[in-house]
Design a protein around this ligand. Structure first.
Ligand SMILES: Nc1nc2c(c(=O)[nH]1)N[C@H]1C(S)=C(S)[C@@H](COP(=O)(O)OP(=O)(O)OC[C@H]3O[C@@H](n4cnc5c(=O)[nH]c(N)nc54)[C@H](O)[C@@H]3O)O[C@H]1N2
Ligand SMILES: Nc1nc2c(c(=O)[nH]1)N[C@H]1C(S)=C(S)[C@@H](COP(=O)(O)OP(=O)(O)OC[C@H]3O[C@@H](n4cnc5c(=O)[nH]c(N)nc54)[C@H](O)[C@@H]3O)O[C@H]1N2
Ligand code: SF4
Ligand SMILES: [Mo]
Length: 704
């Protein structure tokens, strides 16, 4: 046993604190050295049995965020125009917020308050559970957030196929011999909706045993290492139809499995039969021979799985694509088989849930789009604020999100934020979004809070549990979201809530790895604190998804899918289309204030040489990039990593917040180009259409 395993350190106590990163789903183990009460160095935790020493630069430089001179460390109150703030005391801030929020709710009802829940909220127990409790206590049901830029289409497809928007399939990476991956770049993202910190090792092992195929318009870091299929942006729906067509025509699908575990094969098959393989190939931009070979190989590989992420979650046919992807796994007989698709095993007992809400629990006031796992369509937020009527949004709670950079809307969203009576933001920084807030309240970074790997709860392929204490106490006047929300509830005369970590501990102890409150051998959070590196646990059979599917049978057809087929029309193939990409050293719209992370990043519009030649553009040239909605200026980088006809730019740049170093990095906010309103979302999931947008690129001189 190492020293850190035998001795529990108090927050801020000198020594090496074993903890884990909470920036992305990998949750890599970290070892943070504290000297004189301050974190001086962060290293990978080589003894973490799950991440086994894996980290990226973001995790081991994160203490630069904790001690960032631009970080907000006292409550701020707006005293002038956007971005003009002055420090105030906690009591003054909470008293005023409670009074004003109470007044909005008393006068206009809870629907006049909306919440924007950002991505980091998925990585903290305190914040995610206390936000939910706070909003629930006040009767606020309007959740906006990252969902409609990220998971809504995937979860809607799960709702249609499995009967639940909170039960999703994950690829059984440790056991598969063929991974057919659509629109995901795990070597950069470190895996999404699948928890595997050493994902590159998983993929290398699969490639060694069989094959990893990456379907992406860009030759990404992942595509470069494995086999690349350069699909046209938004072409996946045609590619998937082509694959299904081959499986059905050549009778390669697993007929016994389909009969035993699925419904409505005939409906799917008769529809697929209407699409010609060669037409599909032309629309997908992938030749028919490649599609046929992939389908045959997928069918012939018993341990194979199709998996898709963001690249198939944000186009005009995103739900249909995700549904067809599930259908591919079902026709191949892959769901619930080793090396196929599995459902993550539940580690919580009782009624505690990680994802909550179903499909259409609430609907957007404007446009009538459904919520999915609580999230409403972001593209409808400006109208929800601006359009008069019952339920018009007058106040917003922004928790860990920066929607001006990460959601659609651009000027319309900014104008809408300027109209609100009250905005309260909980954040580490003054951002492009919360500069319009009335108050910004300072919260802890992950080094300043105890936690459990929250996002892993739903995506475990190798079940692992870990509890960390805070490495240091909150810096400055930062307060946990739980304390802030309870402070507000108390002032509003409402019941307050117990500590989320205590509630989660109870649910965990009642679950399959727990000690049943002491009635059997097993884990509790208290016991886990004595094994700070975390432990691998055994959970029941992952290969039996059927009891968790409505009626025990997966659906290959649904009336809403029929509607989607009716909407499916081939898009023009001769226009330039925009997608976006991530960098290993960036995280959505933040972390750009850490010099070590941004120093070698250059936000550039990646463009194929043929497109550049046709438009008479040169590497490094500044150009105007526009959609019908707006225009931004970007620099181009000519590269044959792009397929012709598709350009890509990273999101989250072009800063003008309170983060000085980030502001100096240049680049443009690509989401400024995204339109809002009913036309700007995918019809059945409310997903923001952000990939494959038609754009034009022009020389700046020509535009002038
Ligand atoms: N370093 C880093 N890691 C991250 C994040 C980050 O910002 N930085 N963000 C985290 C978050 S919030 C998420 S949700 C995950 C996302 O995790 P991933 O989905 O694995 O990551 P992305 O880089 O968004 O990959 C999407 C891919 O889809 C491709 N694509 C775009 N359009 C299409 C299309 O029409 N068809 C196909 N087939 N592909 C297309 C893009 O080129 C891109 O390579 O990453 C997480 N991890
Ligand atoms: N064009 C384009 N747009 C995209 C994407 C894309 O690929 N392309 N990706 C989309 C995806 S997948 C996602 S998930 C969204 C993400 O978009 P958002 O959900 O808006 O999240 P971020 O942009 O990461 O902003 C996070 C904010 O939270 C703050 N923060 C960090 N940690 C904490 C904390 O512990 N507590 C609190 N209260 N605040 C904290 C940060 O300072 C920052 O201001 O972006 C989406 N937008
Ligand atoms: S891969 Fe993700 S969890 Fe691991 S160190 Fe990097 S940001 Fe943190
Ligand atoms: Mo995301």
């Amino acid at each position: 046993m190492t020293e850190s395993q035998t001795k529990r350190l108090q927050p801020g106590e000198d020594g090496v604190h074993v903890t884990f990163c909470r920036l992305c789903e990998a949750h890599c183990g970290l070892a943070a050295k504290v000297e004189d009460g301050r974190i001086t160095d962060v290293q990978p935790d080589k003894e973490n049995p799950h991440s086994l020493g894996h980290v990226c630069l973001k995790g081991i430089t994160f203490h630069n965020v904790t001690y960032d001179p631009d970080r907000i460390l006292t409550p701020l109150k707006r005293v002038g125009g956007p971005g003009e703030f002055a420090p105030v005391g906690w009591d003054e801030a909470l008293d005023d917020i409670a009074a004003r929020l109470g007044q909005v709710i008393d006068t206009h009802g809870p629907d006049a308050v909306a919440s924007y829940k950002g991505n980091p909220i998925a990585f903290g127990i305190d914040v995610s559970f206390s936000l939910k409790a706070f909003l629930g206590t006040l009767g606020i049901t309007k959740y906006y957030g990252a969902g409609s830029q990220d998971t809504n289409a995937r979860l809607t497809a799960c709702y249609l196929a499995f009967g639940s928007a909170v039960t999703y399939d994950i690829p059984d990476l440790p056991h598969t011999d063929m991974l057919l991956m659509f629109g995901a770049n795990p070597l950069v993202s470190n895996g999404s909706m699948v928890w595997s910190p050493r994902v590159r090792h998983d993929l290398d092992a699969i490639a060694e045993r069989g094959r990893v195929v990456v379907v992406d318009p860009r030759r990404t870091e992942t595509a470069r290492r494995y086999q690349h299929v350069a699909v046209r942006a938004n072409g996946d729906v045609w590619l998937l139809l082509g694959l299904l067509r081959v499986l059905i025509d050549e009778e390669l699908y697993d007929a016994d499995y389909v009969a035993a575990h699925t419904d409505s094969f005939a409906d799917l098959a008769s529809t697929v039969a209407q699409y010609d393989l060669v037409d599909c190939a032309g629309r997908a931009g992938v030749d028919a021979g490649t599609i046929a070979e992939l389908a045959r190989s997928f069918a012939a590989t018993p341990r194979a799985v199709a998996y898709g992420r963001l690249g198939v979650c944000r186009g005009p046919h995103a739900t249909l694509e995700n549904f067809l992807l599930i259908a591919l796994n079902l026709l191949g007989g892959k769901l619930g088989r080793p090396g196929g698709a599995i459902f993550s095993r539940t580690i919580l007992g009782g009624s505690q849930k990680v994802l909550t809400g179903g499909y259409g629990d609430t609907r957007s006031r404007v446009g009538d789009f459904p919520s999915v796992a609580q999230f409403l369509a972001s593209a409808m937020l400006p109208a929800d604020i601006l359009e008069p009527g019952e339920g018009q949004v007058r106040a917003m709670i922004l928790t860990g999100g920066n929607m001006v950079m990460s959601a659609p809307g651009g000027q319309a969203l900014v104008d809408a934020l300027g109209q609100l009576d009250l905005i309260v933001a909980l954040d580490l920084y003054q951002t492009e979004s919360n500069r319009y807030a009335d108050y910004i309240l300072p919260v802890p970074t992950f080094f300043e809070r105890d936690d459990y790997p929250m996002a892993g709860l739903g995506s475990m392929i190798r079940p692992f549990v870990q509890v960390t204490d805070a490495v240091i106490p909150p810096v400055g006047e930062a307060r946990s979201e739980w304390e802030i929300f309870n402070g507000l509830l108390a002032r509003m005369g409402k019941p307050t809530h117990g500590r989320p970590m205590d509630d989660l501990d109870k649910a965990f102890r009642l679950g399959p790895a727990g000690d049943d409150m002491g009635a059997r051998e097993g884990w509790s959070f208290d016991k886990l604190r004595d094994v700070p590196h975390g432990v691998m646990v055994d959970l029941p059979d992952p290969y039996d998804p059927w009891p968790r599917i409505a009626d025990g049978r997966a659906k290959l057809w649904h009336a809403m899918i029929a509607d989607e087929f009716a909407r499916l029309t081939p898009a023009p193939t001769d226009t330039l289309r925009l997608i976006t990409h991530r960098d290993i050293r960036s995280l959505n719209s933040w972390l750009h204030n850490v010099p070590r992370l941004v120093r070698s990043q250059h936000p550039e519009l990646l463009m194929h040489p043929e497109d550049a030649a046709r438009l008479d553009l040169h590497d490094g040239e500044a150009v105007d990039l526009s959609t019908g909605a707006a225009m931004v200026t970007v620099c181009i980088a000519v590269t044959d990593d792009m397929r012709p006809g598709t350009v890509s730019y990273p999101h989250g740049w072009g800063h003008h917040g309170g983060w000085q170093h980030a502001n100096a990095q240049g680049g443009s906010n690509i989401n400024w180009l995204l339109p809002v309103g009913p036309e700007a979302v995918e019809a059945i999931s409310g997903t923001t259409i952000m990939d494959g947008l038609e754009v034009s690129v022009r020389k700046i001189a020509a535009a002038a």
